[in-house]
Design a protein around this ligand. Structure first.
Ligand SMILES: Cc1cc2nc3c(=O)[nH]c(=O)nc-3n(C[C@H](O)[C@H](O)[C@H](O)COP(=O)(O)OP(=O)(O)OC[C@H]3O[C@@H](n4cnc5c(N)ncnc54)[C@H](O)[C@@H]3O)c2cc1C
Ligand code: FES
Length: 325
């Protein structure tokens, strides 16, 4: 067992929207949980009878309105994804009293509270890490604006709570009534000293990064966290052959390369499982299709060279891949 992991218990479940449920997790004995800062997330280590270990990440919300949760409580909100394995497992199996194993909070999306002005920009469920950021900025009376875009207000988690908490600082952009958010126009209207935090699905992040680039923003002015998942719709199965151990493993279209290897009991190092730490980066011997690099660890040059890949998020669209394992 990973020594960093510990158990918590589900104590409360709340339906926030038709697809999003909020879970309150606490320690069984009331002991405080590890502290964290706005933007952090935890990893849920779930066990499925059919898939074995399933690890999924969820951002910490931290409280209700301006009120903090007690130190023995973590609050997360999970959106059920159509065909998504982990989110369905959570929605279907978590009940009050369920015990689960989690990793300590990690923050790769920390808020710099010294920025003179801040724009918090959320796409859909990407609102979750931005809620504690808004709470933190409000408490310190910092100047900020929050733009929360989604399909319709009834599908946007925490929309009402944020209206009450943020007042005029919040702009809700519902595509059914207000049309699509024009990200480039929004960024172009910001003062030069505004720091932007953006979170949401990968296409939303990519559109924001593209808009910042086209406005010649310096690197670092827009910080983002993509809710990257280990598989995407349309991913296809392939065979991975391991050069050193001589084994072959089939990777299904709906599982990651790392999950397939772990379930076949092939020892592989990993930590973040979201393409950031590089611990799972492995030498590629050959491949018959294109390598689909989805990590943020390897440089663009390394990705082009195709000599290694991060097993937690990257895969191939071909039929076979040979790794130096
Ligand atoms: C740092 C971080 C923080 C996060 N915070 C949150 C959060 O606060 N709340 C939240 O809800 N999520 C959050 N996520 C995303 C979360 O970790 C999961 O990726 C998400 O719940 C989807 O997992 P899943 O197992 O349900 O989907 P997966 O099974 O991993 O599938 C991923 C996608 O592929 C599609 N798909 C899979 N199989 C098929 C198929 N056969 N046919 C068609 N489509 C398919 C699914 O629809 C889904 O959209 C976060 C991610 C990261 C990295
Ligand atoms: S486990 Fe961190 S990049 Fe794969």
């Amino acid at each position: 067992m990973n020594p960093k992991l510990f158990d918590v218990k589900v104590v409360q479940i709340r339906q926030l929207t038709p697809r999003v449920r909020e879970y309150l997790l606490t320690t069984a004995d009331g002991a405080p949980l590890p502290t964290w800062t706005a933007g952090a997330h935890i990893a849920l280590h779930l066990t499925s009878p059919t898939r074995g270990l399933v690890v999924r990440h969820y951002s910490l919300i931290g409280g209700s309105g301006l009120q903090d949760d007690p130190p023995n409580t973590y609050r997360i909100a999970v959106q059920r994804e159509e065909h998504g394995f982990g989110s369905n497992l959570i929605h279907e199996t978590f009940k009050a009293g369920t015990t689960l194993r989690i990793g300590p909070p990690v923050n790769s999306f920390a808020l710099d509270r010294s920025a003179p002005k801040v724009l918090l920009l959320a796409g859909g469920i990407g609102i979750t890490p931005l809620v504690p950021m808004a709470r933190s900025l409000l408490r310190r009376k910092r100047s900020f604006q929050m733009v929360y875009s989604g399909r319709s207000v009834d599908q946007m988690a925490y929309a009402q709570a944020l209206k009450e908490m943020c007042g005029e600082v919040l702009q809700l952009q519902c595509s059914d009534t207000d049309g699509m958010l024009d990200i480039k126009k929004l960024l172009a209207a910001q003062d030069p000293d505004t720091q932007v935090y953006v979170c949401g699905p990968t296409p939303f992040i990519n559109a924001s990064i593209q808009a910042a680039k086209s406005l010649n923003w310096e690197e670092g002015r827009l910080r983002s966290e993509a809710f990257i998942s280990s598989v995407l719709a349309g991913d296809t199965p392939f065979k991975v052959s391991l050069k050193r151990s001589g084994r072959d493993v089939e990777v299904r279209g709906d599982e990651s390369l790392l999950d397939a290897l772990s379930n076949a009991r092939i020892p592989v190092f990993w930590d973040c499982r979201k393409g950031e730490c590089g611990l799972c980066a492995t030498k590629v011997v050959s491949h018959d299709g294109e390598l689909q690099h989805r990590d943020r660890y390897l440089t663009d040059e390394e990705k082009q060279q195709g000599q290694s890949m991060c097993l937690c998020v990257s895969r191939t669209n071909g039929k076979s891949l040979v790794l130096d394992l």
